[in-house]
Design a protein around this ligand. Structure first.
Ligand code: FAD
Length: 414
């Protein structure tokens, strides 16, 4: 009889969205016994909208076991800026891929062993016994592991349990988002506007539009969608509370599920679009059937590694979406954690190395997002309204939707 194999190390991943799937796949491939527990019972694929797909993502997807077979998304040649009347303010040549959130989520989910992913499981507590962290679930279940990874998003329960002082801070504005099937758009817009990554500066906000994959993840012409994001200054207190109040009069904390957004708010959004946006972009807003509303928050952690517990993705840091790196950052966090754990030594040592690598990266991302959104936070009409902010249309065009690591010059500017 041979020597028994050493027990596999066990990881519990809390949250089955992109961060959880990145790290779940990586640790599974490294031989860990991995279970992902996701609060939402159903598949998450319908939840996302458009995202920028950075080249840095490819080795991370490969490390998660996803080998690309199709196109990376829809390639655009660069960005253009227009004013509220549609007059061009500037342009910046920067080829990049744009795609939908599910285009990343779906292959990650497919790569993970189905039997080890459980929906409808909500983590409520973590305690430590002599053997390691023990995760407790709302359904009464409990499980001991060598490592618990909090990949549970911006309102992370795991972060709340480990570092209760760190809470999301409202940035002073919201993002309305929407998707319109390519075929529903007017022919003139399809011919001229659809392929552009467009930045527009209506009063008190910023509008961004770009093409993304279709609902079936297809990037073939005729199957794609146009994605918009309209950042709008909304004061804290009553104005924000009104947006988060549903038709029954209930005011939601932090965000509101899309089906509960009041129709009168969507009507107002469309009226404001007609008044404040160039006609083709106002039409995009009018055609989006179910606009989503997302208040913008910053989350800045001081620690992301604890006793047998790590935080990754939005649970660790939330950078305002201007930098367009939330999904990439989730992948980078996961990869750093998996590499640290693979390097040997104790889990405590690996977590310390992970924290030393990813804490500064998270802080950089938050800093860049704050800088890019500073004029919207203050309710200014244009990036240059307050010269003290040092923002220009050109800066916004050059720096948005790019990782802070792209060049030291970008970070120095932020
Ligand atoms: C307006 C907007 C635009 C954006 N644009 C981009 C972009 O262009 N590019 C980009 O890369 N990123 C973008 N992002 C950010 C990106 O969507 C997020 O950074 C990314 O989804 C974070 O992934 P995550 O897995 O860390 O968290 P999430 O996707 O939030 O997932 C957390 C998961 O944990 C689950 N969960 C929560 N609590 C528990 C619990 N107690 N027990 C079990 N499960 C739990 C949740 O149900 C959820 O599924 C944007 C975000 C916003 C708001």
């Amino acid at each position: 009889m041979g020597t028994p194999a050493p027990a596999r190390r066990k990881a519990i991943i809390v949250g089955g969205s992109v961060a959880g799937l990145f790290v779940g796949n990586m640790l599974h491939r490294a031989g860990w016994d991995v279970a992902i527990y996701e609060r939402v019972p159903d598949d998450l694929a319908s939840r996302g909208a458009g995202i920028a797909r950075h080249a840095e993502m490819e080795p991370i997807m490969a490390a998660a076991g996803v080998t690309e077979t199709g196109p990376l998304g829809i390639q655009v040649d660069g960005r253009i800026a227009v004013d509220r009347h549609g007059k061009q303010l500037g342009q910046f040549a920067f080829p990049q891929y744009l795609t939908s959130w599910s285009y990343v989520y779906n292959p990650l989910k497919a790569a993970f062993p189905g039997g080890r992913y459980e929906g409808g499981r909500e983590l409520v507590a973590i305690r430590h016994d002599g053997n390691g962290p023990v995760a407790y679930f709302a359904d009464g279940g409990a499980e001991v592991a060598d490592l618990v990874v909090g990949a549970d998003g911006f309102r992370s329960r795991v972060r709340h349990l480990m570092a209760p002082a760190v809470v999301p801070r409202y940035a002073g504005y919201v993002a309305w988002r929407g998707l319109v099937p390519e075929t529903a758009l007017p022919a003139a817009f399809r011919a001229e506007g659809f392929g552009q990554y467009c930045f527009c500066f209506p009063p008190g906000g910023q509008f961004i539009g770009y093409p993304v994959a279709g609902a079936d993840d297809s990037v073939a012409p005729g199957h794609r969608r146009y994605n918009f994001l309209w950042y709008r200054h909304v004061g804290d207190g009553a104005p924000l509370a009104d947006l988060l109040t549903d038709a029954s009069g209930r005011t939601h904390d932090y965000s509101i599920p899309p089906p509960l957004i009041r129709p009168d708010l969507v009507d107002r959004l469309r009226r404001d679009a007609a008044a404040d946006l160039p006609a083709p972009l106002a039409q995009v807003v009018a055609l989006a059937e179910h606009p989503m509303l997302q208040p913008i928050y910053d989350v800045e952690s001081e620690r992301i590694a604890f006793n047998g517990v790590a935080l990754i993705g939005d649970a660790a840091f939330v950078a305002r979406p201007h930098a367009g790196i939330g999904v990439l950052k989730a992948g980078e966090d996961a990869w750093a954690l998996a590499r640290s754990l693979a390097a040997g030594g104790s889990i405590a040592d690996a977590l310390a190395r992970f924290e030393a690598e990813r804490l500064p990266a998270g802080k950089d991302a938050v800093r860049l997002g704050r800088r890019l959104g500073a004029f919207i936070e203050r309710g200014h009409d244009t990036p240059q309204s307050d010269p003290a902010l040092g923002l220009t249309t050109e800066f916004i065009l050059r720096v948005s939707a790019r990782p802070p690591s792209h060049s030291p010059e970008l970070l120095a500017l932020a």
